[in-house]
Design a protein around this ligand. Sequence first.
Ligand SMILES: [Zn+2]
Length: 272
Amino acid sequence: MRPDRARRTRPAWAAAGLLLAGPLQAELPPDRPIPGGVARIDLATEERPEQVRYADDEVLLHRDGAHWQAVVGIDLDAEPGQHGLTVDGKRHTFTVAPFEYETQRLTIDEEAMVSPSGETLARIRAEQREIRAAYRSQAVEAEPRLDLHPPVDDAPVSGPFGVKRYINSEPRSPHSGLDLAAPTGTPVEAAAAGEVVETGDYYFNGKTALIDHGSGLITMYCHMDEITVARGDRVARGEAIGTVGATGRATGAHLHLSVILNGNPVDPELFL
Ligand SMILES: [Zn+2]
């Protein structure tokens, strides 16, 4: 079967979550090929490809019935249109559909948090480099579960993923995670088994831990009150890693959860 043809027979992303629901499919994020979403691409092969890359990053592979499928995280800044995977050296295209996320306006009084000084900017840049490096961690070799454990119990969403933010009327980068409202001290649990690959007390993200689950799936937990794990610790799915807090730039106690797939933060709600 030609790859083009295999793709055309798949349902549109909007209906995929409903149509594909089943015991196996329930473990997978729905096919949602939009900026900040996840594309599930039928590679039309019964043999596991050696290497599948998207924008230089290795992509997570999943066996879907007889065929292998690429599960690709798409950058929030991605341009809608044709995108390409390299499957054992051959190009395989897929389409990223446009999507408009909501706009949110915030007011933050603390000037230092809105317009940091030169010295602080240098600190922020160094921290961002450290966090970005952890996004591409390859510390764990595993095929992780893709139905994630909710890191805080029964917490309502206080800030959805992808929202375009304006702070004191200035445009800021879009929200690259999911905010879950919970009181300070609420346990934060690992979304899947893995290894803690970075922790820090960052200017914006506050007390933060990043866990590598293998195959390019990373989760990040921010604004914690306390971190109870250290870099290099192995954690089980559902194991406590710290508590909810309001450290860093936070307007109140909540957990910011980011889910990173092949280096790109994607909508955590697709995995929960
Ligand atoms: Zn957040």
